[in-house]
Design a protein around this ligand. Sequence first.
Ligand code: URA
Length: 206
Amino acid sequence: PVRAVAAMADQDPKTLAALNAIIRRSEPLVPGATQAVLGEGPPGATIAFVGEQPGDQEDRQGRPFVGPAGQVLMRAMEEAGLSRADSYLTNAVKHFKFEERGKRRIHQKPTAGEVSHYRWWLDRELDFVAPRLVVALGATAVLALTGKAIPITRARGPFRFDRRDTPFQGFITVHPSYLLRLPDEAKAEAYAAFVADLRRVADLGR
Ligand code: URA
């Protein structure tokens, strides 16, 4: 297995499949994950969604956004006229990081150092997918796409990202797991605002 992403930066995969083969072979930065969870979506997808990192279900199944947060995202996308089948879904960090509590594996937020370690992959991945619009779901995705810690509340909405000094169109919104963590009385309003964001995403990605 390849140990360090720094060493991978010397490699020059020519296709998304070749890049994914490197990611699949690499070891998690923090040991424990079952597998790397790769991005998923059709060639030519016009909208790419970037999350934080795979969760427990994603780690077991090897697919992004199939657990509880993914279900919220899928429901909201559908309400906004977006479909999973037409979109590219990926994460800033490709391995699940967790703490064991009894039988449960509790998600641990990746550090800024871990996010930057995985950034090379995300950049290359987006080069190959070349979507018209990149949607950052939550602060970790924003950090991965900008290199900066920008509060979601301030930057929410259309946003110009740069990849190696080339600007591209983006959109910043909350992470769906944030909606799951809200107290019940705040959930409906926050969910409606998320769907409203995704409607704007659908318009921008057309
Ligand atoms: N949360 C994420 O950020 N990504 C996933 O794939 C699942 C949950």
